[in-house]
Design a protein around this ligand. Sequence first.
Ligand code: 6LW
Length: 503
Amino acid sequence: MVNFENPVLPGFYPDPSICRVGDDYYLVNSSFEFFPGIPLFHSRDLVHWEQIGHVLTRRSQIDLEDENPSKGIWAPTIRENKGRFYVSATNMSHGGNFFVYTDEIRGEWSDPIWVRQGGIDPSLFFDEDGKVYFASTYDMPGGQAIGQSMIDIMTGELLTDTKIIWRGSGGKYPEGPHMYVKDGWYYLLAAEGGTEYGHMITMARGRSPWGPFESCPDNPILTHRDTMLDRFQAIGHGDITDTSEGDWWIVFHGIRTSQYMLHHLGRETMTAPVRWDQGGWPVINGGKLITPHMRAERLPGDGRQGRDWRQYADGKYTERLKWNFIKNPEMSDYTVSESGRELLLHGTDVTLNDGKSPTFVGRRQQHFCMCTEVRIKCRPQTADAFAGMTVYHTNEHHYDFGITNHGGRLRLLLRKHVGDMETTDMYSLPECETYILLRIEADRLEYRFSAGPDGEHMQYFGSGRTQLLSTECMVMTFTGCYIGLFAEKGAEAVFGEFRYAER
Ligand code: 6LW
Protein backbone atom coordinates (compact mmCIF):
# COMPACT_ATOMS: atom_id res chain seq x y z
CA MET A 1 0.00 0.00 0.00
CA VAL A 2 1.08 3.61 -0.59
CA ASN A 3 0.03 6.84 1.10
CA PHE A 4 -0.68 10.09 -0.66
CA GLU A 5 -2.31 13.42 0.14
CA ASN A 6 -5.31 15.29 -1.21
CA PRO A 7 -5.68 17.82 -2.68
CA VAL A 8 -2.98 16.90 -5.17
CA LEU A 9 -3.24 20.42 -6.60
CA PRO A 10 -4.17 22.71 -3.70
CA GLY A 11 -5.69 26.12 -4.41
CA PHE A 12 -7.88 27.24 -7.28
CA TYR A 13 -7.54 24.30 -9.71
CA PRO A 14 -11.12 23.28 -10.58
CA ASP A 15 -12.78 21.03 -13.17
CA PRO A 16 -9.76 18.76 -13.69
CA SER A 17 -9.54 16.68 -16.84
CA ILE A 18 -6.88 14.04 -17.42
CA CYS A 19 -5.45 11.95 -20.23
CA ARG A 20 -2.70 9.35 -20.42
CA VAL A 21 -0.10 8.71 -23.11
CA GLY A 22 2.03 5.70 -22.17
CA ASP A 23 3.34 6.41 -18.68
CA ASP A 24 2.71 10.14 -18.89
CA TYR A 25 -0.40 11.82 -17.50
CA TYR A 26 -1.57 15.30 -18.47
CA LEU A 27 -4.10 17.40 -16.59
CA VAL A 28 -5.86 20.71 -17.26
CA ASN A 29 -8.08 23.03 -15.18
CA SER A 30 -10.49 25.90 -15.73
CA SER A 31 -8.97 29.38 -15.59
CA PHE A 32 -11.94 31.79 -15.93
CA GLU A 33 -10.88 35.47 -16.24
CA PHE A 34 -7.20 34.79 -15.63
CA PHE A 35 -4.49 34.82 -18.28
CA PRO A 36 -2.78 32.75 -19.62
CA GLY A 37 -5.68 30.31 -19.79
CA ILE A 38 -5.95 26.63 -18.84
CA PRO A 39 -2.95 25.53 -16.76
CA LEU A 40 -1.42 22.30 -18.06
CA PHE A 41 0.27 19.76 -15.77
CA HIS A 42 2.31 16.59 -16.21
CA SER A 43 2.73 13.68 -13.82
CA ARG A 44 3.99 10.12 -13.84
CA ASP A 45 2.31 8.99 -10.64
CA LEU A 46 -0.98 11.00 -10.53
CA VAL A 47 -0.01 12.51 -7.20
CA HIS A 48 2.89 14.84 -7.99
CA TRP A 49 2.01 17.30 -10.72
CA GLU A 50 4.39 19.67 -12.42
CA GLN A 51 3.01 22.56 -14.43
CA ILE A 52 4.45 22.43 -17.94
CA GLY A 53 2.58 25.31 -19.50
CA HIS A 54 -0.74 26.85 -20.34
CA VAL A 55 -2.95 25.90 -23.26
CA LEU A 56 -4.15 29.42 -24.12
CA THR A 57 -1.22 31.82 -24.26
CA ARG A 58 -2.09 34.21 -27.12
CA ARG A 59 -4.75 36.86 -27.53
CA SER A 60 -5.88 35.13 -30.74
CA GLN A 61 -6.82 32.10 -28.64
CA ILE A 62 -8.36 33.82 -25.66
CA ASP A 63 -10.25 37.09 -25.46
CA LEU A 64 -11.25 37.99 -21.91
CA GLU A 65 -12.27 41.61 -22.55
CA ASP A 66 -14.94 42.76 -20.12
CA GLU A 67 -15.51 39.23 -18.82
CA ASN A 68 -17.12 39.27 -15.40
CA PRO A 69 -15.36 37.42 -12.58
CA SER A 70 -15.78 33.66 -13.01
CA LYS A 71 -16.78 33.98 -16.67
CA GLY A 72 -14.04 33.44 -19.25
CA ILE A 73 -12.69 29.92 -19.76
CA TRP A 74 -14.69 27.05 -18.29
CA ALA A 75 -14.22 23.32 -17.84
CA PRO A 76 -11.58 22.09 -20.29
CA THR A 77 -11.27 18.47 -21.40
CA ILE A 78 -7.89 17.08 -22.51
CA ARG A 79 -7.65 14.12 -24.88
CA GLU A 80 -4.96 12.55 -27.07
CA ASN A 81 -5.60 10.86 -30.40
CA LYS A 82 -2.99 9.57 -32.84
CA GLY A 83 -0.23 11.66 -31.29
CA ARG A 84 -2.25 14.89 -31.31
CA PHE A 85 -3.49 16.50 -28.09
CA TYR A 86 -6.85 18.26 -27.99
CA VAL A 87 -8.32 20.55 -25.35
CA SER A 88 -11.96 21.57 -25.61
CA ALA A 89 -13.47 24.30 -23.41
CA THR A 90 -15.99 27.15 -23.35
CA ASN A 91 -15.20 30.85 -23.62
CA MET A 92 -18.28 32.14 -21.83
CA SER A 93 -18.62 35.61 -23.39
CA HIS A 94 -16.48 35.37 -26.50
CA GLY A 95 -17.50 32.58 -28.79
CA GLY A 96 -18.75 29.63 -26.74
CA ASN A 97 -17.46 26.11 -27.29
CA PHE A 98 -14.17 25.43 -29.03
CA PHE A 99 -11.18 23.15 -29.11
CA VAL A 100 -7.47 23.71 -29.73
CA TYR A 101 -4.81 21.13 -30.54
CA THR A 102 -1.06 20.59 -30.54
CA ASP A 103 1.33 17.88 -31.68
CA GLU A 104 3.89 19.02 -29.11
CA ILE A 105 2.50 19.01 -25.59
CA ARG A 106 5.14 21.44 -24.33
CA GLY A 107 4.73 23.74 -27.33
CA GLU A 108 2.14 26.18 -28.62
CA TRP A 109 -1.48 25.21 -29.20
CA SER A 110 -3.55 26.06 -32.27
CA ASP A 111 -6.02 28.90 -32.53
CA PRO A 112 -9.55 27.91 -31.47
CA ILE A 113 -11.72 25.81 -33.73
CA TRP A 114 -15.25 26.84 -32.83
CA VAL A 115 -17.99 24.26 -32.52
CA ARG A 116 -21.53 25.49 -33.06
CA GLN A 117 -23.03 23.62 -30.17
CA GLY A 118 -24.55 25.44 -27.20
CA GLY A 119 -24.11 24.52 -23.55
CA ILE A 120 -20.92 24.27 -21.48
CA ASP A 121 -18.33 21.65 -20.47
CA PRO A 122 -17.53 20.33 -23.97
CA SER A 123 -15.78 16.97 -24.12
CA LEU A 124 -14.28 15.14 -27.07
CA PHE A 125 -14.59 11.38 -27.46
CA PHE A 126 -12.58 9.55 -30.13
CA ASP A 127 -14.26 6.22 -30.82
CA GLU A 128 -12.30 3.19 -31.98
CA ASP A 129 -13.96 3.42 -35.42
CA GLY A 130 -12.53 6.92 -36.00
CA LYS A 131 -15.74 8.82 -35.30
CA VAL A 132 -15.42 11.86 -33.05
CA TYR A 133 -18.16 12.92 -30.64
CA PHE A 134 -18.65 16.27 -28.95
CA ALA A 135 -20.71 16.21 -25.75
CA SER A 136 -21.71 19.18 -23.60
CA THR A 137 -24.59 20.34 -21.48
CA TYR A 138 -27.86 20.81 -23.32
CA ASP A 139 -30.31 23.45 -22.16
CA MET A 140 -33.93 22.38 -22.07
CA PRO A 141 -36.88 24.44 -20.87
CA GLY A 142 -36.66 24.28 -17.08
CA GLY A 143 -33.71 21.94 -17.03
CA GLN A 144 -30.43 20.66 -18.36
CA ALA A 145 -29.26 17.40 -19.92
CA ILE A 146 -26.19 16.01 -21.66
CA GLY A 147 -26.24 16.58 -25.41
CA GLN A 148 -23.95 15.20 -28.07
CA SER A 149 -23.15 15.55 -31.75
CA MET A 150 -20.65 13.95 -34.09
CA ILE A 151 -18.12 16.44 -35.44
CA ASP A 152 -15.46 16.78 -38.11
CA ILE A 153 -12.29 17.05 -36.02
CA MET A 154 -10.50 18.99 -38.76
CA THR A 155 -13.08 21.79 -39.00
CA GLY A 156 -15.26 21.52 -35.90
CA GLU A 157 -18.32 21.26 -38.14
CA LEU A 158 -21.30 19.36 -36.72
CA LEU A 159 -21.95 16.18 -38.72
CA THR A 160 -25.19 15.44 -36.87
CA ASP A 161 -27.73 17.38 -34.86
CA THR A 162 -27.05 17.69 -31.15
CA LYS A 163 -29.13 15.01 -29.42
CA ILE A 164 -29.89 14.56 -25.75
CA ILE A 165 -28.14 11.37 -24.64
CA TRP A 166 -28.71 11.43 -20.86
CA ARG A 167 -30.79 13.44 -18.43
CA GLY A 168 -28.66 12.44 -15.46
CA SER A 169 -29.58 10.34 -12.46
CA GLY A 170 -32.02 12.89 -11.04
CA GLY A 171 -29.76 15.64 -9.69
CA LYS A 172 -29.91 19.21 -10.91
CA TYR A 173 -27.45 20.47 -13.55
CA PRO A 174 -26.12 17.32 -15.22
CA GLU A 175 -22.82 18.58 -16.69
CA GLY A 176 -19.11 17.82 -17.15
CA PRO A 177 -19.75 14.81 -19.45
CA HIS A 178 -16.91 12.47 -20.40
CA MET A 179 -17.23 9.29 -22.47
CA TYR A 180 -15.00 6.19 -22.22
CA VAL A 181 -15.17 2.80 -23.88
CA LYS A 182 -14.38 -0.31 -21.84
CA ASP A 183 -15.30 -3.99 -22.23
CA GLY A 184 -17.90 -3.28 -24.90
CA TRP A 185 -19.63 -0.55 -22.89
CA TYR A 186 -19.74 3.18 -23.51
CA TYR A 187 -19.47 4.78 -20.07
CA LEU A 188 -20.71 8.33 -19.61
CA LEU A 189 -19.41 10.16 -16.55
CA ALA A 190 -21.15 13.36 -15.42
CA ALA A 191 -21.38 15.81 -12.55
CA GLU A 192 -24.73 16.63 -11.00
CA GLY A 193 -26.15 18.68 -8.17
CA GLY A 194 -24.44 21.97 -9.09
CA THR A 195 -20.89 22.80 -8.09
CA GLU A 196 -21.86 23.78 -4.53
CA TYR A 197 -22.36 21.60 -1.45
CA GLY A 198 -24.70 19.17 -3.24
CA HIS A 199 -22.16 18.30 -5.91
CA MET A 200 -21.72 14.69 -7.07
CA ILE A 201 -20.31 12.42 -9.76
CA THR A 202 -22.61 10.02 -11.56
CA MET A 203 -22.26 7.43 -14.30
CA ALA A 204 -24.34 5.74 -16.97
CA ARG A 205 -23.54 3.22 -19.70
CA GLY A 206 -24.86 2.00 -23.00
CA ARG A 207 -23.89 -0.23 -25.90
CA SER A 208 -23.53 2.67 -28.33
CA PRO A 209 -22.19 6.22 -27.98
CA TRP A 210 -25.77 7.38 -28.60
CA GLY A 211 -27.11 5.23 -25.76
CA PRO A 212 -29.64 4.40 -24.52
CA PHE A 213 -27.77 5.01 -21.27
CA GLU A 214 -28.73 3.20 -18.08
CA SER A 215 -27.89 4.92 -14.82
CA CYS A 216 -25.47 3.15 -12.45
CA PRO A 217 -27.53 1.57 -9.65
CA ASP A 218 -25.11 3.06 -7.13
CA ASN A 219 -25.34 6.67 -8.32
CA PRO A 220 -23.95 9.00 -7.23
CA ILE A 221 -20.69 7.10 -7.49
CA LEU A 222 -18.97 9.88 -5.52
CA THR A 223 -20.35 12.69 -3.37
CA HIS A 224 -19.77 14.32 0.00
CA ARG A 225 -23.14 16.06 0.06
CA ASP A 226 -24.18 14.17 3.21
CA THR A 227 -20.92 14.50 5.12
CA MET A 228 -20.02 16.72 8.06
CA LEU A 229 -18.63 20.09 7.08
CA ASP A 230 -15.14 19.39 8.41
CA ARG A 231 -14.74 16.94 5.51
CA PHE A 232 -13.93 17.95 1.96
CA GLN A 233 -17.11 19.39 0.44
CA ALA A 234 -18.57 20.02 -3.02
CA ILE A 235 -16.81 17.01 -4.52
CA GLY A 236 -17.61 16.56 -8.18
CA HIS A 237 -16.65 17.23 -11.79
CA GLY A 238 -14.32 14.30 -12.46
CA ASP A 239 -12.50 12.51 -15.23
CA ILE A 240 -11.09 8.98 -15.15
CA THR A 241 -8.05 7.32 -16.64
CA ASP A 242 -6.53 3.89 -16.73
CA THR A 243 -2.83 3.38 -16.01
CA SER A 244 -0.28 1.41 -17.96
CA GLU A 245 -0.36 -1.11 -15.08
CA GLY A 246 -4.09 -1.64 -15.72
CA ASP A 247 -5.34 0.28 -12.66
CA TRP A 248 -7.94 3.04 -12.81
CA TRP A 249 -7.99 6.46 -11.15
CA ILE A 250 -10.28 9.46 -11.03
CA VAL A 251 -9.44 13.15 -10.70
CA PHE A 252 -12.12 15.55 -9.48
CA HIS A 253 -12.39 18.72 -7.46
CA GLY A 254 -13.55 19.54 -3.95
CA ILE A 255 -13.28 22.33 -1.43
CA ARG A 256 -11.90 22.78 2.06
CA THR A 257 -14.01 25.05 4.23
CA SER A 258 -12.22 27.54 6.45
CA GLN A 259 -15.20 27.62 8.84
CA TYR A 260 -18.94 27.00 8.63
CA MET A 261 -20.00 26.99 4.94
CA LEU A 262 -17.20 29.27 3.73
CA HIS A 263 -14.29 28.64 1.39
CA HIS A 264 -11.81 31.06 -0.15
CA LEU A 265 -9.08 28.89 -1.71
CA GLY A 266 -11.24 27.76 -4.63
CA ARG A 267 -12.10 24.29 -5.83
CA GLU A 268 -9.00 22.09 -5.63
CA THR A 269 -7.90 19.07 -7.64
CA MET A 270 -8.03 15.72 -5.83
CA THR A 271 -7.59 12.12 -6.87
CA ALA A 272 -8.64 8.62 -5.80
CA PRO A 273 -8.23 5.03 -6.99
CA VAL A 274 -11.07 3.34 -8.86
CA ARG A 275 -11.89 -0.36 -9.18
CA TRP A 276 -14.61 -1.96 -11.28
CA ASP A 277 -17.10 -4.21 -9.50
CA GLN A 278 -18.49 -7.53 -10.74
CA GLY A 279 -21.33 -5.77 -12.53
CA GLY A 280 -18.91 -3.54 -14.44
CA TRP A 281 -19.52 -0.33 -12.49
CA PRO A 282 -16.78 1.82 -10.94
CA VAL A 283 -16.19 1.95 -7.17
CA ILE A 284 -14.25 5.03 -6.12
CA ASN A 285 -11.79 4.79 -3.22
CA GLY A 286 -13.32 1.47 -2.17
CA GLY A 287 -16.60 3.30 -1.47
CA LYS A 288 -14.97 5.36 1.29
CA LEU A 289 -14.91 9.15 1.71
CA ILE A 290 -12.13 11.25 0.23
CA THR A 291 -9.71 12.38 2.93
CA PRO A 292 -6.51 14.43 3.17
CA HIS A 293 -4.52 11.27 3.89
CA MET A 294 -5.29 8.57 1.34
CA ARG A 295 -4.13 5.01 0.78
CA ALA A 296 -4.00 3.05 -2.46
CA GLU A 297 -2.67 -0.32 -3.57
CA ARG A 298 -0.08 1.45 -5.65
CA LEU A 299 0.59 4.55 -7.72
CA PRO A 300 1.53 4.45 -11.39
CA GLY A 301 5.25 4.30 -12.13
CA ASP A 302 7.49 4.08 -9.13
CA GLY A 303 5.38 6.61 -7.22
CA ARG A 304 8.45 7.65 -5.32
CA GLN A 305 8.81 11.34 -6.24
CA GLY A 306 8.75 13.25 -2.95
CA ARG A 307 6.34 16.10 -2.46
CA ASP A 308 8.48 19.20 -2.62
CA TRP A 309 6.77 22.54 -2.14
CA ARG A 310 9.94 24.45 -2.97
CA GLN A 311 9.01 24.25 -6.63
CA TYR A 312 5.93 26.31 -5.78
CA ALA A 313 7.78 28.86 -3.72
CA ASP A 314 11.21 29.52 -5.05
CA GLY A 315 10.44 33.16 -5.63
CA LYS A 316 12.01 33.61 -9.06
CA TYR A 317 10.05 35.79 -11.40
CA THR A 318 11.61 33.98 -14.32
CA GLU A 319 9.80 30.87 -13.12
CA ARG A 320 6.65 32.15 -14.70
CA LEU A 321 4.22 29.32 -15.09
CA LYS A 322 2.34 29.72 -11.87
CA TRP A 323 1.83 33.47 -12.34
CA ASN A 324 -1.34 34.86 -13.86
CA PHE A 325 -2.65 38.19 -15.06
CA ILE A 326 -6.26 39.40 -15.03
CA LYS A 327 -8.10 39.32 -18.39
CA ASN A 328 -6.16 40.92 -21.27
CA PRO A 329 -2.94 42.32 -19.75
CA GLU A 330 -0.89 45.03 -21.43
CA MET A 331 2.50 43.32 -21.31
CA SER A 332 4.45 46.58 -21.65
CA ASP A 333 3.35 47.39 -18.06
CA TYR A 334 5.42 44.45 -16.80
CA THR A 335 9.21 44.42 -17.13
CA VAL A 336 11.52 41.78 -15.72
CA SER A 337 15.08 42.95 -15.05
CA GLU A 338 17.88 41.22 -16.92
CA SER A 339 18.97 39.29 -13.84
CA GLY A 340 15.40 38.05 -13.46
CA ARG A 341 15.49 39.25 -9.86
CA GLU A 342 13.37 42.36 -10.15
CA LEU A 343 9.96 43.02 -11.56
CA LEU A 344 8.97 46.53 -12.55
CA LEU A 345 5.25 47.25 -12.61
CA HIS A 346 3.81 50.31 -14.25
CA GLY A 347 0.43 51.27 -12.80
CA THR A 348 -2.20 52.55 -15.21
CA ASP A 349 -5.46 54.31 -14.39
CA VAL A 350 -7.14 50.91 -14.07
CA THR A 351 -7.41 49.93 -10.41
CA LEU A 352 -8.01 46.54 -8.84
CA ASN A 353 -11.64 47.64 -8.31
CA ASP A 354 -12.46 48.34 -11.92
CA GLY A 355 -13.18 44.90 -13.30
CA LYS A 356 -10.81 45.46 -16.23
CA SER A 357 -7.12 44.55 -16.57
CA PRO A 358 -5.23 46.27 -13.76
CA THR A 359 -1.46 45.94 -13.56
CA PHE A 360 -1.48 42.76 -11.50
CA VAL A 361 0.45 39.53 -11.52
CA GLY A 362 -0.43 36.85 -9.00
CA ARG A 363 -0.18 33.25 -7.96
CA ARG A 364 -2.76 31.14 -6.20
CA GLN A 365 -2.98 30.98 -2.42
CA GLN A 366 -2.69 27.23 -1.95
CA HIS A 367 -2.70 26.84 1.83
CA PHE A 368 -4.83 28.22 4.65
CA CYS A 369 -1.68 28.82 6.67
CA MET A 370 0.92 30.58 4.62
CA CYS A 371 3.41 33.42 4.77
CA THR A 372 4.17 35.49 1.73
CA GLU A 373 6.43 38.50 1.41
CA VAL A 374 7.98 40.77 -1.16
CA ARG A 375 10.47 43.61 -1.21
CA ILE A 376 9.13 46.75 -2.85
CA LYS A 377 10.83 49.96 -3.91
CA CYS A 378 8.29 52.63 -4.76
CA ARG A 379 8.06 56.42 -4.39
CA PRO A 380 4.72 57.28 -5.98
CA GLN A 381 4.65 60.93 -7.08
CA THR A 382 1.04 61.35 -8.16
CA ALA A 383 -2.03 61.45 -5.94
CA ASP A 384 -3.54 58.01 -5.21
CA ALA A 385 -0.74 56.14 -6.96
CA PHE A 386 -0.56 52.85 -5.06
CA ALA A 387 1.50 49.68 -5.40
CA GLY A 388 2.06 46.64 -3.24
CA MET A 389 0.77 43.20 -2.49
CA THR A 390 -2.84 42.02 -2.61
CA VAL A 391 -4.95 39.08 -1.59
CA TYR A 392 -7.28 39.13 -4.56
CA HIS A 393 -10.39 37.08 -5.23
CA THR A 394 -12.39 39.41 -7.48
CA ASN A 395 -12.40 43.12 -8.29
CA GLU A 396 -14.99 43.49 -5.53
CA HIS A 397 -13.20 41.39 -2.93
CA HIS A 398 -9.54 42.04 -2.21
CA TYR A 399 -7.18 43.29 0.53
CA ASP A 400 -4.32 45.48 -0.66
CA PHE A 401 -1.23 46.50 1.26
CA GLY A 402 1.51 48.80 -0.02
CA ILE A 403 2.83 52.27 -0.60
CA THR A 404 0.73 55.23 -1.71
CA ASN A 405 0.98 58.97 -2.16
CA HIS A 406 -1.49 60.71 0.12
CA GLY A 407 -1.61 64.50 -0.08
CA GLY A 408 1.96 64.61 -1.33
CA ARG A 409 3.25 62.27 1.40
CA LEU A 410 4.38 58.69 1.11
CA ARG A 411 2.22 56.44 3.26
CA LEU A 412 1.71 52.80 3.94
CA LEU A 413 -1.87 51.92 2.99
CA LEU A 414 -4.01 48.94 3.99
CA ARG A 415 -7.07 49.04 1.75
CA LYS A 416 -9.83 46.49 2.19
CA HIS A 417 -12.43 46.37 -0.56
CA VAL A 418 -15.46 44.15 0.06
CA GLY A 419 -18.55 44.45 -2.10
CA ASP A 420 -19.52 48.12 -2.13
CA MET A 421 -17.53 48.96 1.01
CA GLU A 422 -13.94 50.09 1.26
CA THR A 423 -11.75 50.91 4.24
CA THR A 424 -8.41 52.70 3.86
CA ASP A 425 -6.02 52.81 6.80
CA MET A 426 -2.98 55.00 6.35
CA TYR A 427 0.29 54.73 8.31
CA SER A 428 3.76 56.30 8.29
CA LEU A 429 6.27 54.36 6.27
CA PRO A 430 8.68 52.24 8.29
CA GLU A 431 12.22 53.67 8.17
CA CYS A 432 14.22 51.91 5.52
CA GLU A 433 16.88 52.55 2.94
CA THR A 434 15.37 51.59 -0.40
CA TYR A 435 13.24 48.50 -0.22
CA ILE A 436 10.40 47.91 2.23
CA LEU A 437 9.47 44.37 3.05
CA LEU A 438 5.72 43.67 2.89
CA ARG A 439 4.47 40.51 4.55
CA ILE A 440 1.08 38.79 4.62
CA GLU A 441 0.56 35.89 6.99
CA ALA A 442 -2.59 33.81 6.90
CA ASP A 443 -4.37 31.18 8.89
CA ARG A 444 -7.85 29.77 8.28
CA LEU A 445 -9.64 32.87 9.57
CA GLU A 446 -7.40 35.85 9.07
CA TYR A 447 -4.78 37.66 7.01
CA ARG A 448 -2.25 39.76 8.95
CA PHE A 449 -0.33 42.56 7.29
CA SER A 450 3.10 43.73 8.42
CA ALA A 451 5.97 45.72 6.99
CA GLY A 452 9.49 46.74 7.92
CA PRO A 453 13.01 47.38 6.66
CA ASP A 454 13.85 43.68 6.93
CA GLY A 455 12.48 40.41 8.22
CA GLU A 456 13.87 41.04 11.71
CA HIS A 457 12.13 44.36 12.28
CA MET A 458 8.58 43.89 11.15
CA GLN A 459 5.68 45.97 12.43
CA TYR A 460 2.09 44.75 12.41
CA PHE A 461 -0.42 47.08 10.72
CA GLY A 462 -3.74 45.29 10.60
CA SER A 463 -5.73 42.24 9.63
CA GLY A 464 -8.58 41.14 7.41
CA ARG A 465 -10.95 38.19 7.67
CA THR A 466 -10.76 35.33 5.19
CA GLN A 467 -14.56 35.17 5.55
CA LEU A 468 -15.04 38.27 3.41
CA LEU A 469 -12.88 36.90 0.60
CA SER A 470 -14.87 33.67 0.49
CA THR A 471 -16.83 32.49 -2.51
CA GLU A 472 -20.02 32.33 -0.47
CA CYS A 473 -19.77 36.08 0.32
CA MET A 474 -19.82 36.98 -3.35
CA VAL A 475 -22.33 36.42 -6.09
CA MET A 476 -20.79 32.93 -6.19
CA THR A 477 -17.35 32.57 -7.75
CA PHE A 478 -15.76 29.57 -9.36
CA THR A 479 -12.27 30.84 -8.53
CA GLY A 480 -10.15 31.32 -5.40
CA CYS A 481 -7.75 33.76 -3.75
CA TYR A 482 -4.55 34.91 -5.43
CA ILE A 483 -1.52 36.55 -3.85
CA GLY A 484 -0.72 39.35 -6.28
CA LEU A 485 1.65 42.22 -6.88
CA PHE A 486 0.00 45.32 -8.30
CA ALA A 487 0.45 48.96 -9.25
CA GLU A 488 -2.26 51.57 -9.83
CA LYS A 489 -2.67 55.18 -10.92
CA GLY A 490 0.79 55.91 -12.24
CA ALA A 491 2.75 54.08 -9.52
CA GLU A 492 6.07 52.68 -10.73
CA ALA A 493 7.13 49.89 -8.41
CA VAL A 494 10.17 47.66 -8.37
CA PHE A 495 9.59 44.34 -6.67
CA GLY A 496 12.54 42.33 -5.40
CA GLU A 497 12.59 38.90 -3.88
CA PHE A 498 9.15 37.29 -3.52
CA ARG A 499 8.46 34.38 -1.22
CA TYR A 500 5.46 32.20 -0.63
CA ALA A 501 5.58 29.37 1.86
CA GLU A 502 3.16 27.12 3.67
CA ARG A 503 3.38 27.65 7.42
C1 6LW B 1 -18.28 24.03 -14.82
C2 6LW B 1 -19.22 23.03 -14.32
C3 6LW B 1 -18.88 23.12 -12.92
O1 6LW B 1 -18.46 24.40 -16.12
O2 6LW B 1 -18.68 24.43 -12.61
O3 6LW B 1 -18.33 22.05 -10.99
C4 6LW B 1 -18.57 25.11 -13.82
N1 6LW B 1 -18.66 22.10 -12.21
O4 6LW B 1 -19.06 21.76 -14.81
C5 6LW B 1 -17.48 26.15 -13.75
O5 6LW B 1 -16.31 25.58 -13.22
